[in-house]
Design a protein around this ligand. Structure first.
Ligand SMILES: [Zn+2]
Ligand SMILES: [Zn+2]
Length: 129
């Protein structure tokens, strides 16, 4: 898959037995599904292994809008965690895939973010203003 934010390629990376994310070989952004985000939170230090990109590059790319789902579902929604509004990530309304810029998964406080992920899994969409 092609990275939605740069010209790099998303490559599958595994951690342990159950965690598979796709990481861009250029900007190190991470593409994953909500259930994987929950697994990353369960596995001690998984995010440190997977989220190896330079947060400065991630921050620069965070300003990019209107990115396309790498699985071909069209425009993704830019959304923020309610309680951590400095963290913006993109989510696909069709496949629930999420794209995190380098450094964002490490930066997340999982306890509040997981409520948001569970909303995704239940099929509710974040309200946009
Ligand atoms: Zn990239
Ligand atoms: Zn999609």
């Amino acid at each position: 898959m092609n990275c939605p934010k740069c010209t790099g390629t998303l490559e599958a990376k595994t951690y342990g037995e159950r965690i598979v994310v796709h990481r861009c070989n250029s900007c190190a952004g991470l593409w994953c599904k909500p259930d994987v985000v929950i697994e990353v939170q369960r596995e001690w230090m998984a995010e440190a292994e997977l989220d190896i990109g330079d947060p400065k590059i991630g921050k620069a790319l965070d300003g990019l809008d209107n990115i396309q789902c790498p699985e071909g579902h069209g425009l993704m929604q830019k959304t923020a965690d309610d309680k951590q509004t400095h963290i913006w990530f993109e989510a696909c309304a069709t496949c629930d895939g999420m794209f995190f810029d380098a450094g964002e998964i490490t930066d997340l406080k999982f306890d509040t973010f997981l409520d948001r992920v569970r909303d995704f899994l239940k099929g509710r969409r974040p309200v946009q203003d």
